[in-house]
Write a protein that binds this ligand. Structure first.
Ligand code: LRH
Ligand code: MN
Length: 393
């Protein structure tokens, strides 16, 4: 078992200290499945209350200084005012996520729809989200389109790619210097025959055609079962095309469960390749974002647990004895090489990560600290009336 030497511990802690994990506004609201959305007490009724909850998560973890917004779920009249509210709460507004999947017009798609009027409407929403990002100071337009078809012959696969490329070009050219377009892919749902951006290769090709400010977004729940996601991550990093992640975990489909809970070993392997590819370097612009739905579990503790899971997986990845690994790999020592990796994976890093929190002036156990804070009782008492936010379709 790896003994964590003081110098190793210091190195790991300094890298972990620089880790930034963005939380999603929509995961603080009610969510569910087509069968039921179970409302929870104390859930935010406004984007401002979502930001307050995100700020609480940052206060207790120290590594979640921004919250992603989804439009129109988080629409307000005064974007600068919302950004000021976030700043006053100690965090920033992060990635802007357009929504071109919840209007009747989008039944046959949004920017890939056969109807030019619908394409125009969807593209205008994407352009509006660029403007919103300019007002909120966000540097990322995080694009996912639900577009696809359900039956062979329903539409022309090639023509839909032409429509997609046309809309992406218009949005890309509208973006100001310094803003990035991250294109998210998903292999199925809500469409069940084709998705217009089904995999990393399709996203990569469109992003490469657009230019250097377009990169691929990897949602860990968007792959066919058995897909080796860390291979995709390694490949994209090598090509400079990994823009960021939507972290979550799953047993079956796009379950959007707490990252690292369904498959902690996968998260470790993924963070190992992120580190191997330079994604944890100080100058890396890989965006680590969560994208989850806490359908039955308490939302704020779930968010804190997600962050501690990413911290722990990253700490284990940083403990891999890369010299020993390289030597075993180059010697063709199959089991030896795997043993080096597994040794790091089996190392209990919880004391090290707790120590880091103490070093940062935080409670070593943020979930217990949250329970002790009385924040949950307070929001349940205060947030009476109004409409609890959620993303029910
Ligand atoms: C689609 C997705 C996308 C978001 C939505 C909330 O499955 O991952 O990133 O817009 O979830
Ligand atoms: Mn996502």
């Amino acid at each position: 078992m790896t003994e964590i030497s003081p110098s190793r511990s210091a190195t790991v802690k300094s890298i972990l200290r620089g880790l930034r994990i963005e939380t999603p506004s929509w995961a603080y609201g009610n969510s569910g499945t087509r069968f039921k959305v179970f409302a929870q007490a104390g859930v935010p009724r406004t984007p401002q209350e979502k930001i307050d909850d995100a700020a609480k998560v940052h206060e207790l973890t120290g590594v979640a200084p921004s919250v992603a917004l989804h439009i129109p779920w988080d629409r307000v009249d005064d974007w600068a005012g919302l950004a000021a509210h976030a700043r006053d709460a100690g965090i920033e507004l992060g990635a802007i996520n357009p929504n071109v999947f919840q209007e009747d017009d989008y039944k046959l798609g949004s920017i890939c729809n056969p109807d030019p009027g619908v394409r125009r409407k969807a593209t205008d929403h994407l352009l509006e989200c660029v403007e919103i990002a300019e007002q909120t100071g966000s540097k990322i337009l995080s694009m996912w389109v639900a577009d696809g078809t359900n039956y062979p012959g329903q539409d022309d696969i090639r023509a839909r790619q032409d429509r997609l490329a046309t809309a992406l070009r218009e949005v890309y050219d509208r973006m100001p210097e310094g803003m990035r377009l991250l294109l998210e892919y998903k292999f199925f749902e809500p469409a069940f025959y084709t998705m217009d951006v089904p995999d990393w290769g399709t996203s990569y090709a469109h992003c490469a055609q657009l230019g250097p400010a377009a990169q691929v977004l990897v949602d860990t729940g968007h792959h066919a079962p058995g897909t080796n996601i860390e291979f995709i991550v390694s490949f994209l990093l090598r090509a400079g095309m990994l823009g960021g992640f939507h972290f979550n975990s799953r047993f079956y489909a796009d379950d959007d469960l707490i990252v690292g809970l369904a498959d902690p070993f996968q998260l470790f392997r993924l963070m190992y390749e992120v580190n191997r590819g330079g994604g944890l370097a100080a100058d890396s612009d890989v965006a680590f974002m969560l994208d989850q739905c806490h359908n039955i579990e308490p939302k704020i503790p779930a968010m804190i647990r997600s962050i501690t899971n990413v911290q722990e997986a990253t700490a284990k990845a940083l403990l891999v004895d890369t010299d020993a690994l390289r030597a075993a790999q180059e010697a063709g020592d199959v089991l030896g090489a795997n043993e080096v990796l597994m040794d790091a994976y089996h190392t209990d890093v919880r004391p090290l990560v707790a120590e880091l929190r103490t070093d940062m002036g935080l409670d070593p156990d943020p979930i217990t600290a949250y329970r002790r804070s009385g924040y949950q009782q307070r929001i349940e008492a205060e947030r009476i009336g109004g409409n609890a936010m959620g993303w029910g379709a």
